[in-house]
Design a protein around this ligand. Structure first.
Ligand SMILES: Cc1cc2nc3c(=O)[nH]c(=O)nc-3n(C[C@H](O)[C@H](O)[C@H](O)COP(=O)(O)OP(=O)(O)OC[C@H]3O[C@@H](n4cnc5c(N)ncnc54)[C@H](O)[C@@H]3O)c2cc1C
Length: 489
């Protein structure tokens, strides 16, 4: 029943046999772009559901990843030896459009330095110059009328929001949020595979939800390199038959950072690991499953008046009804919006121990140079930032929160994904080895200090903030991080 049900055109696994197989979904974008060509047939296999309902487009509701019926599901990491032995819930989306259906909708593209760094690693097609036209093609910005490097005619609508009511820090950047003119979430699903697109391409684009790709099938011939010939797949709960989709051209694997290696390990990976699970080695590639990185968030939180925090809709039911009505009538208010509007991006190497910018050489300010990419992001946001306790879905609170969330974007620590079994329906083990490299801790420490300084400056301007959750010491990194709550993601 609307707004909870959907009439999205999909097919069942049994209807996909002998189709040309393509896999995955950053995949929504890829499937959409590939099927623009009428001569290309695309099959998109997705473990999650479609979730094409009204509530999934409401920013505030859809982004609550901890609610019971969220389309995000955590996969717990192994205990992290360098992060107080915490188990980190790694959030994975389970719907078409994936994590972009539940994420914070921040539309950040990165600066030229980020892409030029990839080019420097010998991926020349990923330089800023090469990728810029694709970004421009994909987006419509509602907020940067004079910009020559922002798109005006693409499907991915985004905009920045005014922050007049906020005790604003002059150094924050306003960030673009993937929300359209009607104040609806723009996920890769709604942007690239809306029902109208899928219906108009039904002859060549099949969407098969609630389905798991079990294994890539290879043809091996001693005279040739192994070639993938198709994919075996079945219902996501593991019941019923397995099917085979033949790939006439290519299989695109885009199951995210954790499950892409899991799928590849059906034949491509470190030979010892595959043999230990009785899997036939098609290609011995030690890189599969290694180099796992996930960014680290550390919250520094302050109490603020409840009415200024998003938690007001949880704590005051009447206010929630009022806000919902406002959203339904005008598309405005808390339900339309997300909690992150501002961010500071910076390279931690430019900060000294007192969080002052070290007098930069002129080249330090060149945003195209690979070494100048930011490794820290600080986001002021009016929301509690700790993961809820495992047995709680809602944190009951009496005051609001201002959270200066410090995110380590470029990690030196790397972890790994390992199979627990050859069964594709079984979860993998994830060891992020979070903070195992001391340089990560050093960068985060600078970020935490800077956040505290910024928050204190906001408070000095007269904004009523009371310390709620912050490190006891500004200068002891161990103390700082052990007191500073959880690392999320
Ligand atoms: C809570 C949270 C908030 C975030 N906020 C932002 C933000 O505001 N802005 C931003 O830019 N980034 C944000 N990110 C990061 C961003 O959303 C992800 O980096 C991005 O979505 C990754 O895309 P992906 O396609 O690689 O993987 P995913 O989005 O994870 O997609 C993987 C998909 O593959 C499917 N799948 C997995 N295994 C199989 C299988 N065997 N068979 C079939 N299907 C399978 C899964 O169901 C899933 O739908 C956030 C991430 C999280 C967790």
């Amino acid at each position: 029943m609307w707004p909870f049900s959907s009439s999205y055109p999909t097919v069942k696994p049994s209807g996909c046999r002998d189709q040309t197989g393509r896999r995955g979904t950053a995949g929504c974008c890829l499937a959409s772009r590939l099927s623009e060509d009428p001569n290309v047939t695309v099959l998109l296999i997705e473990r999650g559901c479609v979730a094409d309902t009204w509530v999934n487009a409401v920013s505030l509701i859809s982004s609550d990843i901890f609610k019971k019926d969220s389309i995000a599901r955590p996969l717990n990491s192994l205990p992290q030896a360098h992060a107080d032995h915490r188990v980190i819930p790694l959030m994975r989306g389970q719907a078409s459009g994936r994590i972009s259906r539940v994420n914070a909708m921040i539309y950040t593209r990165g600066v030229p330095a980020d892409f030029n760094r990839w080019a420097d690693m010998s991926h020349s097609d990923w330089s800023y110059e090469k990728v810029l036209p694709f970004f421009v093609k994909s987006e419509t910005t509602l907020s940067h009328p004079g910009s020559t490097f922002r798109g005006k005619n693409g499907p991915w609508v985004n905009q920045v929001f005014s922050h007049e009511s906020w005790p604003i820090l002059p150094h924050c950047a306003q960030i673009d949020i993937a929300i359209d003119r009607n104040m609806k979430r723009r996920s890769t699903y709604s942007v690239f595979l809306p029902p109208s697109v899928v219906r108009s391409r039904q002859d060549r684009l099949k969407i098969c939800p609630d389905t798991i790709s079990e294994r890539i099938v290879f043809t091996t011939n001693t005279s040739m390199r192994p070639r993938s010939s198709g994919v075996e797949f079945g219902h996501r709960d593991g019941t019923g038959a397995s099917y085979f989709a033949k790939a006439n051209r290519k299989i695109v694997v885009c199951c995210g950072a954790i499950e892409s290696p899991q799928l590849l390990l059906s034949g491509i990976g470190p030979s010892d690991h595959l043999k230990a699970h009785g899997i036939k080695v098609i290609v011995d590639n030690p890189g599969v499953g290694s180099h796992l990185k996930d960014y680290v968030d550390v919250p520094v939180m302050w109490n603020i008046p409840l009415n200024e925090s998003i938690h007001v809709v949880l704590e005051k039911p009447l206010q929630a009804v009022f806000e919902l009505a406002k959203y339904l009538i005008s598309g405005k208010g808390i339900f339309s919006d997300l909690f992150v509007h501002l961010a500071i991006f910076l390279p931690s190497r430019l900060l000294n121990e007192n969080t002052k910018i070290v007098a930069p050489d002129i080249t330090d300010l060149d945003s195209t140079l690979p070494q100048n990419g930011s490794d820290l992001e600080i986001k002021p946001m009016p929301i509690h930032g700790l993961d809820p306790p495992p047995d709680a879905t809602i944190i009951r609170i009496k005051e609001g929160f201002m959270n200066f969330m410090i995110c380590l974007l470029r990690l030196r620590s790397t972890g790994a994904v390992h199979l627990n079994s050859p069964d594709p329906y079984e979860r993998v083990s994830c060891d992020l080895r979070m903070l195992s490299d001391p340089e990560d801790l050093a960068a985060l420490t600078k970020g935490v200090r800077l956040s505290i300084n910024l928050a204190e400056r906001v408070r000095a301007q007269g904004y009523p903030m009371k310390m709620f959750h912050r490190p006891a010491s500004k200068y002891d990194a161990e103390m700082l991080l052990s007191r500073c709550g959880q690392y999320t993601r």
